[in-house]
Ligand binder design. Structure first.
Ligand SMILES: [Fe+2]
Length: 312
């Protein structure tokens, strides 16, 4: 392929990768794959089980509103208009696995990163496209895989917090790995004084250290971003330790003291968490999928129609 996706990397860019929150330049906002028309067409054909539509609270409000809905009979272009008028986000999950053009783009991104960061071996890479309303927000949370955020349309403010207590404790990390409750970790307004804050524009991407808590506030514009996720051997091992230590703490009442990623303690924990995963114990305890409680209104774009919860 001709054009590189990233701009030129500086030595600082390479040294900071994975160690500090950082902003890099890219050209994807100019790629026809991310024009609003192309995204509308993508939504038209997107499989139901692979998207999430969520109504959220306004930026700056403390009330944590979060309810899931569906796009109903709207066309993709109408969905984007509805998001522009409302306060929600649509996540086209797994686009980097499901759709060929985006899959090729993702492969090129990882080729370019690999050329700059030798030995940075990742697998199971995927990407999603997040289309969100003016002034919508994404609450304080962490993600288990490695992650980055690529800004394509609109502007947003992204806060990235330190990976130590009280911003993130080992116990919280274990709970998230065990029960997948990403957005339920406590957040205090004063944390913001300790955050790296980025006002991102189309053509910028953010990358941060593994598990760094973050939250997002859109400015007054429709936002389109691509989120990229990946695993590496080190990330997978770290997650296995989180699950095993969480099990020891929660189920056995034992307070784990170490999180080494090699050696006998690691392999004992790897075996423990693998056994529990196979037993299906975790699946039962993990939260059930949230019910769908609204549908977009095709007659009044931006409005929602409540739908009664289906009986269990
Ligand atoms: Fe995230």
């Amino acid at each position: 392929m001709s054009d590189t996706i990233f701009g030129p990397w500086s030595d600082d860019d390479r040294n900071d990768w994975g160690h500090k929150p950082q902003a890099l330049q890219h050209r994807l906002h100019k790629d026809p794959l991310f024009s609003l028309d192309a995204l509308g067409a993508l939504i038209d054909d997107y499989p139901r089980q692979h998207y999430a539509l969520v109504e959220v609270g306004a930026a700056g409000s403390d009330r944590r509103l979060w309810r899931e809905g569906e796009i109903g009979s709207l066309t993709g272009v109408q969905v984007i208009e509805a998001i522009k008028q409302g306060r929600m986000w649509l996540n086209l999950r797994n686009v980097g696995k499901l759709v060929k053009d985006y899959r090729e783009l993702l492969a090129q991104i990882f080729d370019e990163i690999g050329a700059e960061i030798p030995g940075y071996d990742t697998y199971d890479q995927t990407s999603g496209i997040l289309i969100s309303s003016p002034k919508a927000q994404v609450y304080y949370h962490i993600d288990l895989p490695g992650q980055s955020l690529w800004q394509l349309h609109g502007r947003k403010r992204v806060y990235v917090y330190p990976i130590d207590p009280p911003f993130l404790s080992e116990k919280q990390l274990e709970q998230i790995a065990l029960y997948e409750v990403e957005v339920d970790i406590p957040y205090e307004k004063w944390y913001d004084e300790h955050a790296d804050v980025f006002d991102v524009e189309p053509g910028q991407m953010l990358h941060w250290p593994l598990n760094a808590p973050h939250r997002v506030e859109n400015f007054d514009s429709l936002n389109v971003s691509m989120t990229m996720e990946y695993w590496s051997d080190a990330i997978r091992r770290s997650n296995m330790i989180n699950v095993a230590n969480g099990l020891l703490r929660d189920k056995v009442g034992y307070r784990p003291r170490q999180r080494s990623l090699t050696g006998p303690a690691f392999y004992a924990k790897a075996a423990l968490q693998a056994g529990v995963r196979r037993s299906g114990l975790l699946k039962k305890e993990r939260k059930a999928r949230r019910p769908v409680s609204f549908r977009l209104d095709g007659a009044r774009l931006g409005q929602l129609i409540d739908i009664p919860e289906a009986a269990e």
